[in-house]
Design a protein. Structure first.
Lengths: 477, 73
């Protein structure tokens, strides 16, 4: 049996798929190697919720049979991947990262996972997450059934969340790609903190059927990968209409790099201060270089301001109201007290008392936000900012407290781009762009609805000129 | 049901008066101590939601603005 080299664990989708179709190794051998690695290393970072070795090896054998008969299903065929444990996988536990749901089993598989199965993808494991995808809010990284997500770059620091296991597993080469989800930051944040590439699709592009709901009007399922290219390949597989998802946009996505717009025709809006005094001092040099690289793509960079809205209170009211409504049975039964994070427990209880007028006010302001971003994105094609303005915090640091040694930036900048982009249902791509004291930092690109191909074109071209996305954390074997 | 439209002048007026309410990340000043127990956490969460609602109340909202929901019969 040929051994699977370490390079394969960190390779991209197309490279691995080509080796499979050339029969350099079998899908079964590949799946076994990835399962071994996920089971051995995943728990070190609290990344693994459930190994799916048995079904993975069975599916991999089917892939080998298909490849033998030259029944080729595309680039995802035979590729080992992981899924955030809020996506149901029939007849296996789906815990939502939360103690009260530790034994929960569904008899159906989430729509996004079924799509990948049709393409011959091999699901090797369910990946850890912050309990209930973060609920209204949580204070500590330990807000999870599986404990705090440990960052592979420095295990005293947090991986980010709520798609913690998904980002860890990709960064550490435990899966080739993973599915995560985002309500407000849960794909972008762990992608930035772990030095991988995450794509938050336009709201409604990917079916939420079979995924835990936190906020019906904000939740999105999306890929976390080693590159923008891979995000495009995965999004094409998982996107599409779903009559079982009331929020489905009934649109498909075709990853078309060959037809991508000339970047010389693209205008990118940004706030220069975000890349200087707005960001952690240790990251400023790499962010300055990242901006230079973006400029070198031929795009036009123009200073822009975000529309001014109370993004924090708006998104807070919406997530609290919808989340507490979703989990009303959990709260009223008292089982909410079994959650790991006291702040999360309190937020869910308090959210049940939000008056309807407050929720509706937030949703009305949201209409204005959508309109304002439609106007803004008619003047620029893309918005760019640091994904997060500081590197991953220490595991023990309260997440709802600002760092004591970080002064408030002089210019507001795009600090609210994550909640703003989510409120407006916009797609976003986070790509690694450097380091701050050894910890990865990310660059966030946000576009108009259904402009994922443009974001991916910029990300892919950036990654052709840099190698941040190819860096590997030190993984003790 | 489509969202009610309002004029650009109305939007500009709304944004100009809401400048002080610019959304920022949720981090709180370090001076506030962390709640000591579950009751204090609940009170703190309720206070945070009231504070948020108060900020939204200050945001000038044209009467014609409808919520960002779409009903599909």
């Amino acid at each position: 049996m040929p051994s699977i080299s370490d390079d394969i664990f960190f390779a991209g989708i197309t490279e691995i798929n080509q080796k499979l179709t050339k029969k350099e190794f079998s899908a079964h051998e590949l799946a076994r190697a990835f399962c071994d690695r996920l089971e051995a290393i995943g728990p070190r970072y609290n990344a693994l919720a459930l190994s799916l070795r048995k079904t993975a090896l069975r599916d991999a054998k089917d892939v080998d049979g298909d490849i033998k008969r030259e029944r080729l299903r595309g680039p995802l065929q035979g590729i080992p991947f992981g899924a955030k444990d809020l996506l149901s996988f029939a007849k296996h536990p789906t815990t939502w990262g939360a103690q009260p749901y530790a034994g929960q089993v569904f008899d159906y598989t989430a729509g996004a996972l079924k799509h990948i199965q049709k393409h011959g993808g091999v699901l090797t494991g369910k990946l850890a997450m912050v309990e209930l995808a973060g609920g209204p809010s949580y204070r500590y990284a330990s807000a999870s059934l599986t404990g705090p997500g440990l960052n592979p770059w420095d295990t005293t620091r947090w991986s980010g969340g709520s798609s913690s296991g998904s980002a860890i597993a990709v960064a550490a080469g435990l899966v080739t790609y993973a599915l995560g989800s985002e309500t407000s930051g849960s794909i972008l944040t762990p992608s930035a903190f772990c030095g991988v590439t995450g794509l938050r699709p336009t709201y409604g592009l990917v079916s939420r059927n079979g995924a835990m709901a936190l906020s019906w009007t904000l939740d999105k399922i999306g890929p976390i990968c080693r590159s923008a290219e891979d995000c495009g390949l995965v999004l094409e597989a998982i996107a599409g209409a779903d009559p079982d998802d009331p929020s489905s946009a009934h649109k498909s996505f075709y990853y078309t790099p060959q037809f991508s717009r000339d970047l010389k025709d693209v205008t990118i809006g940004f706030e220069p201060a975000d890349f200087s005094d707005g960001v952690d001092p240790a990251a400023r040099a790499d962010y300055a270089k990242a901006l230079d690289t973006i400029r070198s793509l031929g795009v036009r960079l123009t200073q822009t301001k975000l529309p001014e809205f109370p993004y924090g209170p708006v998104i807070g009211a919406i997530i609290s109201t919808e989340g507490s409504a979703v989990f009303e049975p959990l709260i009223k039964s008292g089982k909410v007290d079994q959650l790991a994070d006291q702040h999360q427990i309190a937020g869910l209880k308090a959210g049940l008392e939000i008056p309807a007028k407050d929720y509706l006010k937030a949703m009305r302001i949201r209409s204005l936000i959508q309109e304002a971003f439609r106007d803004l994105l008619s003047t620029v094609d893309v918005l760019i900012a640091p994904t997060r303005f500081e590197p991953a915090p220490k595991i023990t640091q309260p997440l709802d407290r600002r760092s004591a040694d970080r002064p408030t930036p002089s210019v507001a900048g795009f600090g609210a781009l994550i909640p703003a982009g989510n409120l407006a249902g916009l797609p976003a791509l986070s790509i690694p762009c450097g380091f701050a004291n050894g910890m990865p930092m990310g660059l966030q690109l946000v576009g108009s609805p259904f402009s994922e191909n443009m974001l991916l074109a910029i990300g892919r071209t950036f990654q052709e000129r840099t190698d941040w996305h190819q860096r590997r954390p030190p993984i003790p074997t | 049901m489509s969202m009610s439209k309002f004029t650009r002048r109305e939007l500009a007026a709304t944004l100009a008066t809401s400048a002080v309410l610019l959304g920022r990340p949720q981090a709180q000043p370090n001076a506030q101590p962390l709640p000591a127990n579950a009751d204090e956490e609940l009170k703190a969460s309720e206070a945070q939601l009231r504070d948020g609602a108060g900020q939204l109340d200050k945001f000038p909202l044209p009467m014609s603005t409808e919520p960002a929901t779409t009903f599909k019969p």
